[in-house]
Design a protein around this ligand. Structure first.
Ligand SMILES: [Fe+2]
Ligand SMILES: [Fe+2]
Length: 223
């Protein structure tokens, strides 16, 4: 049977009300990202949740914080007018409202907000990594892992379509789907914070490289 969202909680030690609490957060997220078709939808949030919780369990990090941040991290993607980028810090009051409407513990809320605020800073872009906690570093890792490999490719081209770019624009400086793969996605394996994430990234990165090489050959009818 395929592993579903939240099944990852079954593997965690101890009795806890987590699946119910995470369901409440997920349901509240429906209003924010339920209609997204750019690859930042609830399915992305659920995948980041699954990888994040798995990493949090391996690193003895706080599963509640990582799980809640994973589910709420991309509210900022649904906030910009006409596809304009909005920084995650602009979404923090919305994230707070989502959490306040659920049974998520009050004392852990600010730690979730920190994870959300810093999840999209990239050193290859010249940013310093402002993550101050292991939980924030794990949410970054989980989010970056969902941007590479087969899922990453699918998301990339969904995004490409939504913003109206071409699949590839080899003879111009124009932004394109395949251009984004080399400009951003190829760098993500070097942004990861943990050995556990780096191990998962190996195969995903390789797949990305093979995909890119193949697309370029098919483009000119060589394959
Ligand atoms: Fe984001
Ligand atoms: Fe994301």
């Amino acid at each position: 049977m395929t592993t579903q969202y939240l099944d990852v909680c079954d593997a965690l030690p101890g009795e806890h009300p987590r699946p119910q609490m995470f369901r409440e957060i997920e349901q509240n997220m429906e209003d924010w990202i339920g209609a997204d078709s750019s690859g930042h939808d609830l399915d992305h949030a659920r995948r980041v949740f699954n990888i994040g919780v798995r990493l949090a369990n391996q690193k003895n990090a706080d599963i509640d914080i990582v799980g809640a941040a994973a589910l709420t991290h991309d509210i900022h993607r649904s906030m910009g007018e006409d596809g304009e980028y909005t920084h995650p810090r602009e979404s923090l009051s919305a994230v707070r409202s989502v959490l306040e409407a659920t049974s998520f513990p009050d004392e852990k809320r600010s730690s979730v907000l920190h994870c959300v605020e810093v999840h999209e800073e990239y050193e290859f872009n010249g940013d310093d990594n402002p993550a101050e906690t292991i939980e924030a570093r794990l949410v970054q890792d989980a989010d970056n892992l969902d941007a590479i490999g087969a899922v990453g490719i699918a998301r990339n081209f969904a995004f490409t379509g939504v913003i109206g770019n071409r699949l590839w624009a080899p003879d111009t400086e124009e932004n394109s789907g395949l251009g984004h793969v080399s400009e951003k996605l190829f760098h993500l394996k070097d942004e990861l914070n943990t050995d556990e994430a780096r191990e998962i990234a190996e195969g995903r990165h390789q797949f990305l490289v093979e995909f890119s090489e193949r697309l370029k050959k098919e483009w000119i009818g060589k394959l």
